[in-house]
Write a protein that binds this ligand. Structure first.
Ligand code: NAD
Length: 246
C-alpha cells in the first residue's frame, strides 16, 4: 500500500531539485503524478518513471495555467514548488528583479490556486495544497536574500488566508519552509560566488546539523502533507532547516 494510493498529485517545477524528488517519491507512494515545468527538455527525463505524466507549464503564463487547469479532471494534491532565489540586498534589487521574484514566487501561487481551488470545491472531497516557502521569510532573515525573503513571507501569509477561507471545504493549505537544500540552482548560486568552496562552507555552517538538506528529505515532508496522515493539519509552516532557525 502506497501512502498516496488513488491520489492525483499536480506539481510545478518538477524538472529538477525538490520538485523532481517529490514527483518521483509521490509516484513511488502510489499517486498518479502530473509533473509540470517550464523546462520541457529536462522534464522529459521523468517520462520514463511509472506513475508520472509530464506537461510543460510556465506558471508565469496566466492563460497557460488556465488551460492546464481545464485539462485536469481530478486533483487531490497541488504542490506549488516553482520559485527563484534572487541574490542581493535592497540596493541590488531593481524594480525588474522585484517584479520577477514576486511574479514567480507569489503571483504564480495565486494563479495556480485561483484555477485549482474551484476544482477542489466542485469535487467536494477536500484536498491538500502545499506551497513552497522557505525558512528565509517571516521566520528569519538571511544576508542577500532581500526580495526572496519578502516573497516567501508573502507565500506564508497567502497560505494562511487560503487555509482559513477554505477549511469548510476540507481543503488544507500548508507551507514547506526549508533551509539550504542541495539542488542544481543552489550549486549555480555557489558557482556564481567569487569563492564557491567558501560559499559551500558558509551554507553548511549556518545549518546546525552541519550539512545541506537533500531534495529527498524535503520531498518526504511534502509527501506527509499530501497524504491522509496529515488530515488534521492546515494553515501551518513546516520548518525543515537542519536547526538553522533554532
Ligand atoms: P531549482 O531552483 O533547482 O529548480 C527550479 C525549477 O523551477 C527548474 O526546473 C525550473 O525550470 C523551474 N521553473 C523556473 N521558472 C519556472 C516557471 N516560470 N514555470 C514553471 N517552472 C519554472 O529547484 P529547488 O532549489 O528545488 O527550488 C524549488 C523551490 O524550493 C523554490 O520555490 C525555492 O525557492 C524553494 N527553496 C529552495 C531551497 C534550496 O536551498 N534549494 C531552500 C528553500 C526553498
Amino acid at each position: 500500500m502506497g501512502r498516496l494510493d488513488g491520489k492525483v498529485v499536480v506539481l510545478s517545477a518538477a524538472a529538477q531539485g525538490i520538485g523532481r524528488a517529490t514527483a518521483i517519491l509521490a509516484a513511488k507512494e502510489g499517486a498518479r503524478v502530473i509533473a509540470t515545468d517550464v523546462n520541457g527538455e529536462l522534464l522529459k527525463e521523468l517520462d520514463s518513471v511509472a506513475g508520472i505524466e509530464t506537461q510543460v507549464l510556465d506558471v508565469l503564463n496566466k492563460e497557460a495555467v488556465e488551460n492546464f487547469a481545464k485539462s485536469i479532471d481530478k486533483i487531490d494534491v497541488l504542490f506549488n514548488c516553482a520559485g527563484f532565489v534572487h541574490h542581493g540586498t535592497l540596493l541590488d534589487c531593481d524594480e525588474k528583479a522585484w517584479d520577477f521574484s514576486f511574479n514567480l514566487n507569489v503571483k504564480s501561487v495565486y494563479t495556480m490556486c485561483k484555477n485549482f481551488v474551484p476544482k477542489f470545491i466542485a469535487q467536494g472531497t477536500g484536498g491538500s495544497v502545499i506551497n513552497m516557502a522557505s525558512v528565509v521569510s517571516s521566520i528569519k532573515g538571511a544576508p542577500n536574500r532581500f526580495v526572496y525573503g519578502a516573497t516567501k513571507a508573502a507565500v506564508i501569509g497567502l497560505t494562511k488566508s487560503l487555509a482559513v477561507d477554505y477549511v469548510q471545504y476540507k481543503i488544507r493549505f500548508n507551507n514547506v519552509c526549508p533551509g539550504t537544500v542541495d539542488t542544481p540552482s543552489l550549486r549555480d548560486r555557489m558557482a556564481a560566488q567569487d569563492d564557491p568552496e567558501q560559499a559551500l562552507k558558509d551554507f553548511i555552517a549556518r545549518q546546525k546539523l552541519g550539512r545541506l538538506a537533500s531534495a529527498d528529505e524535503i520531498a518526504s515532508l511534502v509527501i506527509y502533507l499530501a497524504s491522509d496522515e496529515s488530515n488534521f493539519v492546515t494553515g501551518q509552516e513546516f520548518i525543515i532547516d537542519g536547526g538553522w532557525s533554532i
